[in-house]
Design a protein around this ligand. Structure first.
Ligand SMILES: *[C@@H]1O[C@H](CO)[C@@H](O)[C@H](O)[C@H]1NC(C)=O
Ligand SMILES: *[C@@H]1O[C@H](CO)[C@@H](O)[C@H](O)[C@H]1NC(C)=O
Length: 562
């Protein structure tokens, strides 16, 4: 049994809803990341990180001129993340005159960042005169004090903003990616956090976003294997995290040729997914979401089906909330992330950078924190993402039989009970669970005598007593996104499940955008049936029924209602 970790899952605004404990180091069990229970039967740990950049020109973790390290760590915990993906430039580990001699102050002054120096003096005076590598260790250690796990990500070689095809950092053989230097750096970093029973470093990403004209599959196998073995040889505790080609999007070649390493239960693959790679605005959302989801499954998602862990180590959206492209992407991402119950890392914690490119104090609109690293930039988006911070299933989490919850990716909420027969959107912790029978009847998993019935178009759907299937509506998953639940009303109207934006009640409406152009937005009608073995947090079923009482209860209710 390793070291104990306590993770609190917070629901904004700051209400603790769930506390779990787990023991490090982490390992893998088929596609899942699990904790250490002293045998081979660890419990799932859902790794939900935020990226904290520390690889830009200064090679110092961003934000420390704005807020004390300790309070940034506290904020990470209060936002419900259990982990940080901390980026580092290779030269921080291989260039000793840089890492061991240059201090934070010198690194900032070299770039004429005078304001950052004064900010440091106010907020983190004890870090300002540490050598760069010591400052990096301080950040890791402070996160450990707050029981936040850390994944160290070798983001680039030469400190600076990443990435482009021809920046000399893209692939083995590029100007700044000499494989020998890289392996030396990985070993140095991995051993720095090895042999430490209280270390919170749980994983190492070997290299961020391989890319560019030199990239090829043959060298990928050669060097990634060497890198993986190098890390494991000096630090056998950490997960070894391996990314593919084309900016961490392509692992499709693993279908034909497995990635063979000498060790077991420590290997995880990683991918990135951003909305700005496609124009989500120019297509019907059903079509683009269907297409992009399929592509992800083909390029990397298939690994999960083969029992191999996959970590989405970067995704993110413009936190100002007015970027239509990103908003559409986010709904599609949320649906897949919930469905596959992915481990992930949001880009990014950083509200601003000391310097990015030539811009001093550059604002980061993808940052969950604001420019001052003080407040949450957009709590609506964070609240949405919080739904996927808790696991739905996995080893050791089998609290109930597998059932389906109805997840609404646009809002990050789920279908819950409003009253005995009415439904609305609410927290997924209170989600009703469903069974979709082979006859396409949607009934409650716990109270099987109730099924979902569509009434007039525009009206609320209701739960109805389920005497025979004739009393229930039949539901079909429609459209290219396969997220629209459709049925036919008594009057023969063809309808889809939708949400009334004022009351949050679940209603039926005309099915949106089955075909159509980009201006058509079907997302209010998106529902994903997500497998969950999680128990509802607050809740007794509205009706508690033992199998023996089912018929008498049906009788009693039918007298009451008919
Ligand atoms: C071990 O790890 C903890 C947590 O990160 C850190 O605070 C501590 O300084 C480390 N000890 C050594 C000897 O590196
Ligand atoms: C947060 O994002 C939502 C959209 O997801 C947007 O409607 C809202 O205006 C944003 N809020 C702030 C404070 O930027």
């Amino acid at each position: 049994m390793g070291r104990l970790f306590f993770i609190s899952v917070f629901l904004l605004p700051y209400v603790i809803i769930n506390i779990t404990t787990f023991a490090l180091p982490l390992s893998t069990d088929s596609r899942w990341i699990v904790d250490d229970d002293g045998s081979n039967k660890g419990r799932r740990v859902k790794v939900t990180c935020v990226n904290w950049p520390s690889h830009l020109e200064t090679a110092v973790a961003e934000g420390l001129s704005k807020q004390p390290l300790d309070s940034i760590a506290e904020k990470i915990v209060s936002m419900g993340f259990n982990c940080v993906r901390l980026t580092w430039p290779l030269y921080l580990a291989t260039d000793e005159s840089f890492s061991d001699i240059t201090t934070v102050r010198q690194s900032l002054l070299k770039l004429r960042l005078f304001q950052a120096v004064s900010g440091f003096q106010v907020h983190n005076p004890t870090i300002l005169d540490l050598p760069l590598i010591k400052a990096f260790q301080e950040v890791v250690s402070c996160l450990g004090k707050h029981r936040v796990m850390v994944i160290l990500d070798n983001h680039i070689s030469q400190p600076g903003w990443c990435c482009s095809d021809n920046d000399g950092n893209g692939f083995f053989g590029d100007k700044h990616l000499n494989p020998q230097v890289w392996i030396k750096g990985l070993k140095k970093m991995a051993s720095m956090f090895a042999n430490n029973v209280s270390s919170n470093v749980v994983g190492m990403s070997l290299r961020n976003e391989l890319r560019g004209p030199k990239q090829n599959i043959k060298d990928w196998y050669t060097y990634m294997r060497k890198g993986a073995e190098a890390v494991h040889s000096v630090n056998p505790d950490v997960l070894v995290i391996v990314s593919g080609l084309n900016y961490a999007t392509d692992l499709s070649f693993l279908r034909d040729r497995p990635f063979e390493v000498s060790f077991r239960r420590k290997l995880v693959f990683e991918i990135h997914w951003y909305g700005f790679w496609n124009s989500w605005e120019e297509d019907n959302s059903n079509m683009i979401c269907g297409r992009e989801t399929e592509k992800i499954m083909k390029m990397s998602g298939f690994l999960l089906e083969k029992g191999i862990p996959l970590f989405v180590s970067e995704f993110g959206v413009d936190q100002r909330g007015n970027n239509v492209n990103d908003n559409k992407f986010l709904s599609c991402f949320m649906a897949l992330a919930a469905d596959l119950d992915l481990d992930w890392a949001l880009w990014t914690l950083a509200g601003s950078y000391y310097i990015r490119g030539r811009t001093i104090g550059s604002d980061e609109t993808y940052g969950v924190l604001d420019w001052n690293w003080l407040s949450i930039r957009n709590s609506t988006i964070l609240q949405m993402v919080s739904t996927i911070q808790t696991p739905f299933r996995g080893p050791g989490l089998m609290e109930t039989q597998p059932k389906k919850i109805m997840f609404h990716p646009l809002s990050g909420l789920c279908v819950v009970r409003k009253s005995l027969f009415q439904l609305k959107l609410g927290s997924c912790n209170r989600s009703e669970s469903w069974r979709l029978s082979s006859h396409r009847v949607l009934s409650l998993a716990e109270e099987r005598i109730l099924c979902l019935k569509a009434y007039e178009k525009g009206n609320s759907v209701k739960l109805r007593l389920f005497f025979t299937e004739f009393h229930c509506s039949k539901w079909r998953l429609l459209s290219d996104s396969k997220m629209q639940l459709s049925s036919v009303t008594k009057n023969g109207a063809f309808v889809c499940l939708d949400v009334d934006s004022r009351s949050n009640k679940i209603v039926t409406r005309r099915c949106k955008c089955l075909q159509g152009n980009s201006s058509c937005d079907p997302r209010s009608q998106w529902f994903k049936l997500v497998t969950s073995t999680r128990r509802r947090s607050i809740s007794k079923p509205f009706l508690q029924i033992s199998p023996y009482s089912k018929t008498s209860l049906q009788k009693a209710l039918s007298i009451l209602l008919l």
